[in-house]
Design a protein around this ligand. Structure first.
Ligand SMILES: O=C(O)CCC(=O)C(=O)O
Ligand SMILES: [Fe+2]
Length: 200
């Protein structure tokens, strides 16, 4: 896919040297608008559920750690979702070809942070399962303003890098290495979060 070829060198250089990369204007604008609309509609229809933290027996909703609501995606939910999932698969194939990561699958969900929500500093890799290899977050917020908060804060060594969740911005980072958090947002904040997974 052309849109991935266009960003290939930047993505691979940054991921392999720093462990994270930001790509702006990743997908067609109309697709981002459609995905944002769908996320809001799905929330209004009651399809998003409060996200939990931890795995298996330790799994629980803890809004003092994480305040977003999510819905996992599957092929066939809508044309826009199919298009997004196909793009992420194309990205996965590119990462495998260029960086030999052996990524076998992707999992993805909508995320909606209501006003006041945040996600405390964490790593995306679970202690008992190391299949999550590269994390991706695609933001869906048109007209985002700097004073809304809601930045993704990445920790690169000891340096904090704050990334505004503006529409059509994609963040990719190494799941096992990059500590990160979502700062409290003042307004509703929409995104698509995903993980490229290896076989374990
Ligand atoms: O939405 C973001 O910027 C990051 C979300 C996140 O860290 C997660 O869902 O694990
Ligand atoms: Fe995360």
């Amino acid at each position: 896919m052309d849109f991935i070829n266009q960003h290939q060198t930047h993505i691979c250089d940054q991921l392999s040297t720093k462990g994270w990369v930001i790509i702006d204007n990743f997908l067609p604008k109309e697709l981002i608008e459609q995905l944002a609309r769908e996320c809001r509609e799905r929330d209004s229809a009651g399809n998003l559920e409060q996200a939990a933290v931890g795995r298996a027996n330790a799994r629980a909703v803890q809004q003092s750690i994480r305040g977003d609501k999510i819905q996992w995606l599957e092929h066939g939910m809508s044309a826009a979702i199919d298009s997004y999932l196909n793009s992420m698969s194309a990205l996965r194939h590119m990462l495998n070809e260029q960086l030999f990561l052996g990524l076998e699958s992707n999992e993805n969900h909508f995320a909606l942070y209501p006003p006041g929500a945040f996600y405390q500093r964490h790593l995306d890799r679970f202690r008992d399962n190391d299949s999550r290899t590269i994390s991706s977050v695609l933001y869906l917020n048109e007209h985002w303003q700097a004073d809304f908060g809601g930045e993704l804060r990445l920790f690169d060594q000891d340096q904090a890098i704050d990334i505004s969740p503006i529409a059509n911005r994609l963040a990719l980072f190494v799941s096992a290495d990059i500590w990160h958090e979502v700062l409290p947002t003042k307004v509703q904040r929409l995104s698509l979060t995903g993980w490229f997974k290896r076989r374990t």
